[in-house]
Design a protein around this ligand. Structure first.
Ligand code: MRU
Length: 345
């Protein structure tokens, strides 16, 4: 099952807030509700929110009785503005919306024909995502050896994409090739994408894993129990600095200090060459309730009145990254040269 798909003139998505307790599908009929779903993390993961936003524009195009082409294009731009504002860090969101708007402006014909072209483009983005992930997984699986234990951060699997995933897709494909891989799953506080979502996916694929709290990663790396670190990214700058789920930076630092290779797996739609380095990537700050709202043995984890900070992403500098796996090949340092080369292939 895809995490984001089109059915009966509506957008359907797995509600990722409910997993692992329940596998529930939610249905969307208009773009503002899709923007809300992205903000509330019903759907999450850079490529998945890009695809959801693209289908959000298809809903905008099909759902309104536009009387002219110009009116439709204006409606799409307005809806794109609302969707774009939903989350700031993952570049895939803006990338998908820009691609949709360009397709709409280039399309000729009647209003229904335009709406049809917009839907076809959204479907194209979703289908391509799956193909690209499968290609990246084949390429990246060569980096995994039989018997490896790897640390994985956040959720980068089928749920974070339309299907198959980025870093978790690489691990999944390596296992399908018959390699024995053990995954140490960072729980990924505060939203617990690792413990809730990655562990759920690994259960479905029958891949052996153990959940660790994020602050245990350094210990496992230092004691030689881990051969590789894998994660995805929400935006990669031209020099290879990348934004990914909060905690990635500390993980990469600890891996580097212990000479453990660090591999980022990203489709080229996640690379933003307009940004020179990581300092220019906007970091989303989410509600403190996500940090304070967790329970410990049924009790609040902090005293009443406690305040918290909640940056959702951090920047891992390029010098801590061994390779960036894309659908166009494995990119090695110096990234400021090799990323551009890969993108132009
Ligand atoms: O806040 P989230 O859950 O949307 O963050 C997702 C991540 O950080 C993933 O690692 C990233 O999108 C790459 S995986 C496709």
């Amino acid at each position: 099952m895809r995490s984001v798909y089109w059915e009966n003139d509506s957008l359907k998505m797995i509600d990722q807030r409910r997993l692992p307790s329940a596998l529930e599908i939610v249905t969307y009929h208009e773009p503002r509700a899709v923007a809300g779903a992205i903000r509330d993390m019903v759907v999450r993961g850079a490529p998945a929110i890009g695809a959801a936003a693209a289908f959000g524009l298809a809903l905008a195009a099909g759902g309104n009785a536009f009387s002219s082409r110009d009116e439709l294009l204006r409606g799409l731009k307005e809806a794109a503005g609302v969707l774009r504002a939903a989350r700031p860090t993952a570049v895939n969101l803006g990338w998908a919306l820009d691609r949709m708007l360009a397709r709409a402006s280039a399309a000729q014909g009647s209003v229904p024909e335009l709406a049809q072209a917009v839907l076809a483009e959204a479907q194209g983005i979703a289908d391509e995502d799956v193909q690209i992930n499968k290609r990246m997984a084949e390429i990246g699986a060569a980096l995994i050896d039989d018997g490896d234990t790897v640390i994985h951060h956040c959720n980068t699997g089928a749920l974070a994409t339309v299907d198959w995933g980025t870093a978790l897709g690489v691990i999944h494909t390596a296992c399908e090739q018959g390699k024995h891989v053990h995954v140490l799953v960072d729980e990924t506080r505060p939203r617990l994408q690792g413990a809730r979502l990655t562990a759920w996916e690994l259960e479905q694929y029958h891949i052996p894993y153990e959940i660790i709290s994020d602050n245990m990663a350094g210990h496992f790396l230092q004691t030689g129990q881990v051969q590789k670190v894998f994660f995805g990214a929400d935006r990669v700058a031209a020099n290879g600095d990348l934004a990914n789920k909060i905690g990635t930076y500390m993980l990469a630092l600890a891996a580097c200090d212990n000479d453990v290779p660090v591999h980022a797996v990203v489709p080229t739609s996640t690379v933003d060459l307009s940004i020179q380095d990581g300092s220019q990537i906007p970091i989303e700050e989410r509600s403190q309730d996500e940090v304070l709202g967790l329970a410990f043995q049924g009790e609040p984890i902090a005293p009443a009145g406690a305040r918290a900070r909640n940056p959702a992403f951090d920047i891992t500098p390029a010098h801590l990254i061994t390779s960036i796996v894309t659908e166009k090949g494995v990119v090695s340092p110096p990234f400021e040269i090799h990323l551009r080369e890969a993108l132009s292939r």
